[in-house]
Design a protein around this ligand. Structure first.
Ligand code: ATP
Ligand code: MG
Length: 562
């Protein structure tokens, strides 16, 4: 066969190969395996024993501009060798110079500015320089090197490098590979977009799945397409069992206000969406207060494609609302009573037409003083609550002689009650502890005050204490335990976990007959915890209640006698 005929056969063979390989490339969406296919095909086509592909990371690729000398680069391009052929891994660091941004292949807009070089020449020169550097790194020659840029529209995605020992790449190789590079660039671009889309899809799915609020994705027929973890947990049901079901069987609400789309309150969903509030029925029993917002999604033709239902647990919000109204009613009642008394007695004493005997005047003034004390205590409690909520409960730490403190409290209360016997049950000596004496006084005054208040039939109130040497896990400090026990009305077991809550009062007949706003135990607990201590309660209905407070002790401190 003569030379032109040989060349024609060769060209034909290459074209067929290109067609086959293009088909294979376009059907591959997995980037690593696509790059491998591109490189092995390119190397085989031109009989190159070695090669590699350098890709620019997405978002950092050099952007082609019409001005050669000011190549705009969006960000410092990050290039990486993504696949190799016939190059041992340990040699790869030597190819570093190929990772620098290369001079792009673009026609010059203003040739005069560029002297003698054409863009092709500039690119080849640049490539030669880099190859030289690589050869210096390797300590040997690479021979013929072909750097085939992968361009997609104006963006340079990367370069295919092929190394072929001594024999030069022919013009035919070069022309053929240019066509190949064009197809390869399209395939790389598609694979990248696909990878980006799958990453975004899984990111979106992760956002929905891990959102703290419940999310339901509904199809236009209002059947469940996707349900997230938070909602599955709220419902206490199995996710698999819910997908595909009509949403009326999933989001079953009671006491609904607003428009419940799932219950069919509206035929169609308006573009601005719908909202409702109600109690969600759960498989585990016990309803959950929620708001549901339905948001429709439309395609470009305005057809409904999906409906997103956001389900938010509003239990805490409702509790806060209830708490606010309780607060207002309790506070207004508790403030009104002493204010009315103070005002009444003051008005009476001030009447110009009446002359009061000294004893009546003294009793009236005493009542005014007591009621003013009550008001002051309430105001102080409220201030303390706001300090605790702001995390601003400060302690003035000093040595506290607990024996003396408890004896004084007992003594003070003995003068206030005749129905109760206040007894001290302390050992001969108790250790001095570090604490805020005034705050600790507040703790035990409140506990003894409660013991009296909730023992309407009198009885013994015992204040005792001991040193608890028990080593508590890794916390090896001994503790001083003080208890206040009464023989009063007791607290029902189911109420025990709630009595330390703000404004919580057990609903007994006494609640209406005794003053109080339900703040004492809340404050006590905060004070004890600020001392790194602990408070707990044991109670038997109609038998009595014992509150115990444990405070950490400093072993170095001396004892004081009781
Ligand atoms: P405040 O202390 O704010 O004046 P309060 O005494 O009602 O009002 P807490 O001291 O916080 O509030 O107590 C909360 C509730 O716990 C009380 O209302 C009462 O129902 C119950 N309780 C507290 N101490 C006792 C006790 N020793 N015996 C029986 N019930 C108690
Ligand atoms: Mg109290």
């Amino acid at each position: 066969m003569n030379v032109p005929a040989l060349m024609a056969t060769y060209q034909l063979r290459q074209r067929e190969y290109l067609l086959r390989i293009t088909r294979a490339m376009t059907s591959r969406l997995d980037l690593p395996s696509l790059l491998e296919l591109i490189l092995t095909s390119a190397a085989e086509m031109v009989a190159a024993p070695a090669g590699l592909i350098v890709l620019h990371e997405m978002g950092t690729t050099p952007i082609r501009t019409t001005q050669w000398d000011s190549i705009e680069i969006e960000a410092e391009p990050q290039a990486r060798i993504r696949t190799t052929y016939g190059v041992p891994d340990q040699l790869l660091p030597a190819f570093g110079p190929l990772l620098r941004p290369s001079a792009p292949l673009l026609p010059l807009e203003d040739e005069e500015n560029d002297g003698v070089q054409t863009p092709g020449e500039r690119y080849r020169r640049d490539l030669e320089r880099r190859v030289q550097e690589v050869e210096e790194n390797l300590g040997r020659k690479l021979g013929q090197v072909l750097g085939l840029p992968l361009f997609f529209e104006e963006e340079m995605l990367g370069v295919i490098y092929l190394f072929r020992g001594g024999s030069a790449f022919t013009q035919l190789d070069w022309e053929f590979l240019e066509g190949f590079a064009y197809q390869a660039a399209i395939a790389v671009r598609n694979a990248r977009i696909y990878a980006q889309l799958s990453t975004e899809r899984s990111r979106l799915a992760a956002v929905i799945e891990n959102s703290a609020d419940g999310i339901l994705l509904l199809r236009p027929d209002r059947r469940v397409a996707v349900i997230n973890q938070a909602l599955v947990k709220m419902l206490g049901r199995d996710a698999q069992e819910l997908v595909g079901r009509p949403c009326s069987e999933v989001l079953e609400l009671q006491n609904v206000t607003g428009d419940d789309l799932c219950a069919g309150s509206k035929e169609t969903i308006p573009p601005e969406g719908l909202r409702c509030e109600g109690e969600l029925l759960r498989s585990s029993g016990g309803n959950l207060a929620v708001t549901i917002t339905y948001t429709p999604l439309f395609d470009s033709q305005g057809r409904l494609t999906d409906i997103i239902a956001n389900v938010i647990d509003i239990t805490r919000f409702r509790e806060e609302e209830e708490m606010k109204s309780t607060f207002v009613s309790i506070i207004s009642h508790e403030l009104k009573t002493p204010v009315a008394l103070v005002k009444g007695y003051a008005q009476t004493l001030a009447r110009p037409d009446a002359a009061w005997d000294p004893e009546t005047a003294r009793q009236s003034l005493q009542i005014i003083e007591e009621e003013a004390d009550r008001l002051e205590a309430l105001i102080n409690n409220l201030l303390d609550v706001s300090r605790i909520q702001a995390g601003d409960l400060r302690l003035e730490i000093a040595d506290v002689n607990m024996c003396r403190l408890l004896e004084r409290i007992a003594q003070d209360y003995r003068t206030q009650t005749v129905h109760h016997q206040i007894e001290l049950d302390l050992p001969d000596a108790l250790p001095i502890i570090s604490g805020d004496e005034e705050r600790l006084r507040q703790v035990f005054t409140n506990l003894v005050g409660n013991a009296i208040k909730y023992s309407p039939d009198g009885g013994v109130i015992r204040i005792g204490g001991w040193v608890d040497e028990k080593k508590n896990g890794s916390e090896s400090r001994p503790r001083l335990v003080i208890y206040v026990a009464d023989e009063g009305i007791g607290i029902p077991e189911e109420e025990l976990p709630k009595i330390f809550d703000r404004f919580y009062r057990v609903d007994s007949g006494l609640r209406r007959r005794t003053a109080g706003v339900g703040l004492g135990l809340f404050l006590i607990k905060a004070i004890v915890e600020a001392h790194h201590g602990e408070i707990w309660v044991r109670s038997q209905l109609h038998r009595g209640t014992t509150f115990s407070v444990a405070l950490p002790m400093d072993e170095m401190k001396a004892d004081c006698t009781c």
